[in-house]
Design a protein around this ligand. Sequence first.
Ligand code: HEC
Length: 368
Amino acid sequence: MRWAAITKAQRALPIGGGALNLKIAEEAIRVLMEDMKKIVLLVAGLLGFVIGAARAADKVDFAKDIQPILQKSCVECHGPEKSKGKLRLDSKAVAFKGGKGGVSIEPGKADQSELYRRILLPADNDDVMPNKGDRLTKVQTDLVRDWINQGADWPEGIVIVSPVNVVAIGVINTESKAETSPTEIQLPAYKPTSAELKAIKELEALGVAIRPIAANLEWREANFRGSSAETVAKAIIPLGKVTGLVDLNLGGVKIKDADLVNLKGLINLNRLHLENTPVTAAGLIHLKGLINLEYLNLYGTAVTDAGLEQLSGMTHLKHLYLWQTKTTEAGVANLKKILPKVDISTGAEFKEIVKPEEKKDEKKEEKK
Ligand code: HEC
C-alpha cells in the first residue's frame, strides 16, 4: 500500500532534482494519509453495514416476545370469555378483525395503531391498556411497536390462553411414576385448519392414535410408544402439521435428531415425551421454538449441557426430566438460573419422589 502511495506521489509531482526530495516525501505522506482516510471510511462503512444487518435480523419473534405480553396483560379481558370493547387478542383472525373502534393493529404502522396508542398512555388516562393492574414496561411497549412496524406477523395457529379464564383439564398419564401427577392443560376452544384435518386423517390411516384430549375439544394428543421406526418415519411429516397437538409421546421410539425438525411448528405443544430415544443436543435445536412446553421428558437420552442450552427460551417449562442423560450438575444449575421455576429431576431426588409424604402432596394437587 505504502509503495503504491509513494509511486502515486512521484507521478503526481514534477520531479526536478534533489531539493524536491523532501517535497516528494511530504506529498507521499499526504497521499498516504488520504488513502488511509479512504480505508478508514471504507471500514466504517462496512461496519455500519454489518451493524445494520444485525439490526435487521433483530426481528421481533411473536411467540417469544409478544405472545407472553398479550397472555399476561390482555387476554383476560380480550379473549373468548370476556371481549371488552368487542376486541379479542387471543388468535390471529380475531385480533386483526379489531373491536368496537375498528381495527387496532395496522401492520407496518405502530403510530397509527390504536393498540399501541393505548399501551403508551399514562396510567391515569381512562383509555390506558391494560386498564387494570400494571402498565406495560418500556421494553414491552417497544417490542409491541417493533412487532407492528415489522408487519405484525402472527404465526398461523398460535392461540393465546388467558391464565385466568381457563378450562382446566387434568391429563393423567399412567405409564410411569413421573407422569402420574396430573398436569393442568389450560385451553380455550380450538379449531383445526383443513390442512390439519387432512394430516390427522393421514395419521389415522397409518394407525397412529391421535385423539382429542377431551370431549368437545379439538386439541389433540398422540402416542407413539411402541410404534415401529417405520411408522414414525412416515408419520413425522403429517404430525408436524397438527398444530392443535398439545401432548406428544415419542418415548422409546427410534427417532433421529433430524426428524425433530418436522415438529418445529407444534407451537401449542404442552407435553413432550422423548425419553429413551436416540435424541441428542443436535435434535433439541429444532425444538427451541416450542415455548409452550410445560413438560419435557429426556430421561435416558444422550442429551448434554449443550442440549440444555436449547431449552432456555421455554419459559413455561415446569417439569424437566433428565435422569440418565449426559448433562452435568453445572449444566443443570445453569439452566436453573435461566428458568428458575422449572422443576428439574436429575435422578438424585428420585428416592424423594416416592416418599409417602410426597404422595400426599400429589393428592392435594389433584384435588385443586
Ligand atoms: C381488566 C380488563 C382489561 C385488560 C387487562 C385489557 N383491556 Fe383493553 N379494554 C378493556 C375495556 C373495558 C375496553 C373498552 C373500553 C375502552 O375502549 O377503553 C378495552 C378496549 C381496548 C381497545 C379498544 C378496542 C376498540 O376497538 O374499541 C384496545 C385496542 C385494547 N383494549 C387493547 C388492550 C391491550 C393491548 C391490552 C393488554 C396490554 C388490554 N387491552 C388489556 C379492558 C381491558
